[in-house]
Design a protein around this ligand. Structure first.
Ligand code: CMP
Length: 158
């Protein structure tokens, strides 16, 4: 993936595609869901759906780190608000393991816009809006690995 228009400091480190895993995904419980005390309920839904938590961290993003994490959206009109929201309070970051993890997790969380999310999905249950949408889920194996590496070092993954 190449984003030639972005300054280098905004780009996440590339990964070795020959070592790509297909059974891992990355998630964040976003500031809205943390503030609404939904961490426990969301982690419960994730584990009930068969995901194993292999790394977990309660932390926060500075506006600069949020900008870096979401650099792929840098040209989108919502980028500034997204970075401001994602640095507005604590988040929970996690790496999850299950067969076909990326697709399986995106099904569990539902559509980006909770108004379009299916019944029973995490976003249908906990999200407020397309921006305050409770959780993030990686959209590819490559991004799952890049995003996991953004938050966790090798000795923090079990
Ligand atoms: P996420 O899965 O974290 O990935 C990018 C985020 O950008 C997405 O969830 C939404 O929260 C946000 N986003 C996507 N589209 C829009 C939009 N049209 N308006 C505001 N925020 C958006």
């Amino acid at each position: 993936m190449v984003f030639g228009f972005l300054p280098k400091k905004l780009l996440l480190p590339e990964i070795d595609k020959t070592k790509m895993e297909t059974n891992k995904t990355f998630t964040m419980i976003k500031p809205d869901a943390v503030a609404s005390q939904h961490i426990g309920a969301i982690l419960n839904k994730i584990t009930q759906a068969g995901f194993k938590i292999v790394a977990l961290k309660y932390t926060s993003l500075s506006p600069e780190l949020a900008g870096k994490f979401y650099a792929v959206h840098a040209e989108r009109p919502f980028y500034k608000d997204l970075c401001s929201f994602m640095s507005s309070g604590p988040i929970v970051a996690a790496i999850l393991e299950k067969d076909d993890a990326v697709a399986s997790f995106r099904k569990l969380i539902g559509a980006t816009n909770p108004a379009q999310a299916e019944e029973g999905t995490i976003r249908k249950e906990f999200a407020e809006s397309i921006e305050k949408n409770a959780v993030h889920g990686s959209d590819s194996d490559e991004n799952a690995q890049i995003e996991g590496n953004f938050f966790f070092s090798a000795f923090e993954k079990f």
